[in-house]
Design a protein around this ligand. Structure first.
Ligand code: SF4
Length: 489
């Protein structure tokens, strides 16, 4: 499978629905469509009717996995669904979610957004007790733990498991007569609740999925909570104490979430605009200092560029904010082909050489003979920024300055985002000047951690570990994404 992007990979979207007298499979299908941006490798759903549970999952986009026939066979009024990008575990079908098993207490299915940092130990413990596994996914470990835990109710079994799970988990769990929504005590990944006009309830990774289904948003599932959806009622249990401070993933705001997402009362689109504004202030004051110190040419002062262009789509609001503060006009420079992102058809060698040019076309007239500031949300491995700069220069841009709406990513994520290992990250052990040289920009600016948090309008409560290396939970720095397959965990 071809991946044209070097961006950090989205880490999965989950949805859970209880809707009596509705076609929940079809509703889940449309909810998953709204979460497609969070995972494009596999999709699946499990549906229960109070007695029987059925499931369908496959490799590919939601529209490739489900047909009218497959959804018609999934009958019931309880459902969970998942869009997947692999974090723990490889991207094969056996790792697609939900995971469904038959237990002594009835059927059980589970779908997970996040990553347990202690899944290798938990898996080993289970194997020593004779449990076999059919996949390398930490979600299967969680499913098996739930099936084996003692307790009279599923709430009790979930609570017992939560005491042993360390890491990021926003989960939806399906039994024959209930949907549970579960969030880890650090609150790494989002999970929000909405009410259907018909009186049922929906939980989803993002508000966009709730809106698609016509829900009225109620609130977030809070860190450490288990919320049950059944019989037209929401039951909330604080299963374990929330960690203080929380560790919500700040990267959801910078890159992952859709701009219509509001998380913990903060709208993503607004944060992105403020990221651009803060970045503009830092670039301007940095330039003034460099000019005063004689390190930069006076001509680079106010109005150091002729046009601000975003790398679509997530950088558009930030570019608008950057333009607003600097007074440099905003314009579109790239047109993105949204359908090329991930395809099963391998390009020919000559097409492969075109790299990012297969995904982005430049509007030559908007950049020719201009000094361009290109706004992007992040640089991870550094494979895309250089080719984008080249595209602009080939189109006649005189200078290309690059401004990034987050600090340098110098540390891997262990909480569910695939950024690669230390050695894969361009900012690991490199200065900004070395990165600038590598990508071929005329100048390169990153937003500071302080500027990023000003834009989020919170001082703490967010994980920033990929920028600072300060992990909110103990992590094994040697562990890798496909640790189980490679035998390194
Ligand atoms: S390390 Fe970065 S991507 Fe991972 S949870 Fe923390 S902020 Fe998010």
């Amino acid at each position: 499978m071809l991946n044209f992007s070097e961006s950090p990979k989205e880490e999965c979207g989950v949805i859970g629905i209880f809707a009596p007298n509705e076609d929940v499979a079809r509703m889940t299908f449309f909810g998953l469509y709204a979460l497609q941006h969070r995972g494009q490798e596999a999709a699946g759903m499990a549906v229960a009717d109070g007695h029987v549970m059925t499931m369908h999952k496959g490799i590919g986009l939601v529209s490739q996995v489900f047909t009218p026939n497959t959804t018609a066979e999934l009958k019931g009024h309880y459902a969970i669904g998942h869009t997947r990008y692999s974090t723990t575990g490889s991207s094969s079908l056996r790792n697609a979610q939900p995971f469904m098993i038959e237990t002594i207490h009835g059927p059980l299915a589970l779908a997970h957004n996040g990553n347990l940092v202690n899944s290798a130990e938990l898996r080993q413990e289970l194997m020593e007790q004779g449990v076999g596994f059919s996949s390398s996914s930490d979600t299967e470990v969680m499913t098996m733990m739930l099936a084996r835990n003692g307790g009279v109710t599923w709430e009790e079994r979930i609570k017992t498991a939560m005491k042993k799970w360390i890491g990021a988990y926003s989960l939806v769990i399906l039994t024959h007569d209930c949907v549970y929504a579960v969030r880890d005590p650090w609150g790494f990944r989002p999970l929000c609740i909405g009410m259907l006009p018909s009186g049922g309830h929906v939980v989803a990774s993002e508000m966009g999925a709730l809106q698609t289904l016509g829900c009225e948003a109620i609130r977030d599932v809070k860190p450490g909570e288990v919320v049950s959806l059944s019989n037209n009622a929401l039951k909330v249990m604080q299963a374990i104490k929330p960690e203080q401070p929380s560790a919500m993933c700040v990267f959801e705001h910078i890159y992952f979430a859709r701009p219509d997402q509001t998380w913990d009362g903060i709208n993503v689109h607004h944060v992105r605009q403020r990221l651009g504004e803060e970045l503009a202030r830092e670039v301007e004051s940095g330039l003034q200092k460099r000019i005063a110190d004689g390190e930069a040419d006076k001509r680079m002062g106010k109005g150091f560029a002729d046009v601000v262009i975003p790398v679509p789509d997530s950088s558009v609001p930030a570019a608008i904010g950057f333009s607003r503060v600097t007074g440099i006009p905003y314009n579109d420079g790239f047109i993105k082909n949204r359908y090329v992102g991930r395809t099963f058809i391998e390009p020919t060698d000559s097409l492969r050489k075109r790299g990012v040019a297969l995904k982005f076309n430049v509007i030559n007239e908007n950049v020719r003979d201009k000094r361009v500031v290109m706004i992007d949300d992040s640089i991870v491995r550094g494979n895309t920024t250089g080719p984008l700069i080249k595209l602009l220069k080939n189109a006649g841009a005189k200078e290309v300055h690059v401004a990034i709406t987050c600090p340098p990513i110098a540390h891997p994520c262990f909480m569910g985002v695939d950024m690669g290992r230390h050695e894969d990250l361009i900012a690991h052990n490199r200065t900004v000047e070395e990165i600038r040289e590598h990508v071929g920009a005329d100048s390169l600016y990153y937003l500071s951690v302080e500027g990023m948090m000003k834009a989020v309008r919170r001082k703490d409560g967010f994980c920033q570990a990929c920028f600072t290396g300060q992990y909110p939970i103990p992590v094994d720095l040697m562990s890798v994404k496909t640790g189980f397959e490679r035998g390194t965990k």
